[in-house]
Design a protein around this ligand. Sequence first.
Ligand SMILES: [Zn+2]
Ligand SMILES: [Zn+2]
Ligand SMILES: [Zn+2]
Length: 313
Amino acid sequence: MSLVCELCGKNLHDDNLFCPWCGADAPRGTRKGEPKPENITEPQFCPLCGYPCPEGSTFCTSCGHNHFKKPEDELPLYCPVCGSKNSSKAQICYQCSHSLADWFSPKGEAARRQGQTIPFVLNETMNGFTYYFTNADKISIGRSSDNDICIPCSFVSGHHMEIDMKNSKLVDLSSTNGTYINRKPEKIGKVYLNIVNEFNLAGNFTFTLVRNNAFFAIRLSAILEEDECRRNGDGNAFDDLRKSYQVAVEGNGKILIGKTNGKLAIDTRVEEIYWEIEHDQDYMYLSDPVQGVYKQLIKKQGYGLAPNWRVEN
Ligand SMILES: [Zn+2]
Ligand SMILES: [Zn+2]
Ligand SMILES: [Zn+2]
């Protein structure tokens, strides 16, 4: 009989008292007899109780302790890599020389073992928005499906335009119906990105930009002749585009996601409740100040995040 975690839905082993991925209590009463310990080839040991847990897990399956939280002083410290018992003050394991100080540092081993790196996709199921985090140099937009952003409408050229973040340019790729910026009537060829507040493809599809020193994000915000565009395109795809952001990550810094409207912002003065997404070195962190959550590592597959968040590679 296989056990499933009631909180995160992952499969559990018979022997688990706690879910290794989200830390929830494992369901009881479904076991027959004594559970056999899980056979793990390369275990990760609980620093508090020394129990062998699955590789890549966050919580001890025996005592529920977070593997990356240093146990209280005075208690012995089990090496997460080899399981040897060290003194509470040990900086490196006396047995295998692994750095214990680095293991418990928020930017250290926890991030390297568990952190989600860019690119990845974040789905927020409450507001229905999808955020495509990328570290590519360019974002291409056009009718063909091989673009980063595909607009299936016959008014849009196959490869209509691109945003070249590396050289800070917005470039029209000789499109039939043109690219426009900042509501001006002239078609553009190539312009500096820093003068662009919004841009429009074919006189119909308007995108807005959100940017700071670390993030550059765009989203389809308006369709001018919408009925006409829907008759000449795929309206469902337009609806999806309105609820998705392409987010280029260019440096260390923070961006906000509105909890109720899903919109990205850089300004906390707006009357809204936000999640704060931070990029620091190679990893992403989540803060939710209203809930008292600060700089929580965004993990692969979203383990440990709120249930309304889904993370995909
Ligand atoms: Zn779980
Ligand atoms: Zn433990
Ligand atoms: Zn060790």
